[in-house]
Design a protein around this ligand. Structure first.
Ligand code: SF4
Length: 131
């Protein structure tokens, strides 16, 4: 892994942690309304985690990643869940929409840069170099 990719990954972890703290602070009714988490989403997240060669243990709960204190998957490994905020929360009169927009934009920019980074299997390979 190049130093640039390592820094981007670190930035991604921090950015999604901020976004998670923000969205969490904007909606505390999910447990009551059951409006956000679905096991189909958990399954998608699990497939992505596996695809990246990682593993997050399931909890045995109705939703496979739901623990006593919420989701056990780190925010940067469940990007869609972290970004999501339901319409009622976003439609509140005091909702800080600009802050939400900026946080999402930061995450998108980091994702873009990571996608533009060379795949792991080519890192360190330059012209004329072989694995
Ligand atoms: S936040 Fe966690 S428990 Fe909820 S849908 Fe996403 S992965 Fe599943």
């Amino acid at each position: 892994m190049t130093l640039r990719t390592a820094l981007l990954r670190h930035q991604k972890i921090r950015a999604y942690r901020y976004l998670y703290e923000f969205t969490k602070s904007q909606c505390s009714d999910c447990a009551k309304t059951d409006c956000a988490c679905k096991d189909t989403i958990c399954a998608h997240v699990e497939a992505q985690i596996r695809g990246n060669g990682l593993h997050v243990p399931t909890t045995g709960a109705r939703l496979r990643f739901l623990g006593c204190d919420g989701c056990v998957v780190p925010p940067h490994l469940r990007e869609t869940c972290t970004i999501y905020l339901c319409e009622p929360a976003q439609n509140r009169a005091d909702f800080p929409a600009e802050k939400y927009r900026r946080l999402k934009e930061i995450c998108f920019r980091i994702e873009e840069k990571l996608m533009a980074s060379p795949p792991p299997w080519t890192e360190g390979l330059g012209p004329g170099r072989t694995p």
